[in-house]
Write a protein that binds this ligand. Sequence first.
Ligand SMILES: [Zn+2]
Length: 687
Amino acid sequence: MSESELDLADVACRIDDLRRTIDHWNYEYYVLDRPSATDAEYDAALRELREIEQRHPELVTPESPTQRVGTTPQAGFAQIVHPLPMLSLSNVYDEAELRAWAARLDRILPGTTFAFVVEPKIDGLAVALTYVNGVFDHGATRGDGFVGEDITQNLRTIKTVPLRLAASASPIPARLEARGEVYMRKRDFAALNERLERDGAKVFMNPRNGAAGSLRQLDQRITASRPLRLFVYQIGYVEGASEPTTHWDALAMLRSFGFDTTPDPALLSSIDEVWERCNWWQERRDALPFEIDGVVIKVNSFRQQEELGFVARDPRWATAYKFPAIQQVTKVVDIIVNVGRTGTLNPLAILDPVNIGGVTVSRATLHNEDEIARKDIRIGDTVIVQRAGDVIPQIVQVLTDRRTGDEQPFHMPEVCPVCGAPTHREPGEAMRYCTNVACPAQLKQHIHHFVGRGAMDISGFGEKLADRFVDLGMIHDVADLYRLDWNAIAELEGLGEKSATNLRQAVDASKAQPLARLINALGIRHIGERAAELLSDRFGSLDALMNASLDEIGAVPGLGPVLAQSVYDFFQEPRNRAVIDKLREAGVQLADGRHAPIDHDGPLAGKSVVLTGRLTTMTRSEAEAALKRAGANVSGTVSKRTAIVFAGEDAGSKADRARELGVTIKSEGELLDLLGAGALPARAAAQ
Ligand SMILES: [Zn+2]
């Protein structure tokens, strides 16, 4: 055999392969309503087949899927022959192809000015509805484009299908065929699937699949129970009345007869505007209440449409711009587990890299173990992966038909994959956690949180620096922040004496952060700024919180049982207590004067006191807070009712007045004795 004969044999083999594959997908899609391939996969195969057949017309046969769009109607529905075939549209996939399509129009009708109508391409099931003297007579699916299924009874159940044409400025034609798309809204689809799942029935893969499956029910009562809708986008033919002369006018006429036409059509005069409109729809795609998979562009004038005619079975005067695919088929190579800041074990699928809409995707989130079990995702599975907007890619469905038996089920690890500590999952909760607060995988994230705003708020302590300290082995838990070797840090590349000093000051200052911030900074699961404030207000010190029973924590108004359990568990963990002991040793303030409970039994309880002079171990406001916590009433003026005046250095007129009135005067040292060391701000106690 010559080399070209060999090539031809290969080509014939490939053609046969593609035809068999497409036929099988067609059968699953149209007959069974159970597709195993994505639209993108299907389109790509059909496109490749068309291209090969164009290069080798001698290999084209009548039974090729390119010559026979769709499939034979399902047994059980009568057949309806379309008086005018329901043809498919050619597709364009980018701006260059769109412009090439427009350039072809100019070549065929040189010097002609075209106007275009641009409409969204609804992702549903194409149907044709025939009205005789204004009354709905019969309706059919597109089928193979020439013969469809009689679904008249099913269409009658759809509320957006007019059973009688509305009175309009246009005379009612003797016969009118309206063409459109039966579809489901995204929200309705989700509700339907929820209902089916509750009833233990098979759920639909997407709204189009749901619309097709619901419309092609032999029992029309089932169809009637489904949230189907109809958008009409074209007049098939008109008899016994004058036909509009443009597509734009045809849409207006259909609307006037009471049809729901495709929303927001645009009448445009240049291909630049058409492309702009394609992008306009693409940007809105995710936010629309229904699914669209592209944009349909038609030459507006029916006369021009006639002149342009057809190439093979595709009209030259229309095309569909198809959005980049958001779903692709690929393989799950592995399933790995990442550990997050709060210790969540996050399962991730490692995929055979696949291009989805111009982005290479090699990972998909699996959310949690229930999700993996629900979708039955196994290592080695062939899956449909979806990417929409900036959302992390996810696995939509496993193609179980393609299993070989070598696939491995996945189980979440009982121990943390990073530190080996036991993992834990609360009943009723989806996530599994590593129980170790010092888990190295969590440490960097944990420190980022600890030094951040709303927590200890250490300015200049950026994420990069924190990671560097962890990598250098200088930090093993958050308490190590307060035991850093500042001389060593000053010698680190890119830091220097001045930065080290600034950083040290910021770290030292953070020791006096209010208790609520410290509680938030600890990174207790579920506990954010708000919950941390509730706990600080109620317990006033970390020791009180740490030693509280589950019931006591649960009694905090606004906290709830899940958060209470989380707080309780956190302090039961010895490693967490060890970190708190280290914080205490480092001089971090573990109690909050502003919110601490008031001592009603101590030596200062109920006494009226006055502060004067300069204190050396604490600020005036810290002393006031400590006195209030001890139950004293702090006043600014000395009177006969004043019990004690605490006089610091350089006390002036208030001390004199106290002497005049015979009020007891005590020193700062005596104040400290009365307050007791435990009640003092950490900074005062440390000095
Ligand atoms: Zn761990």
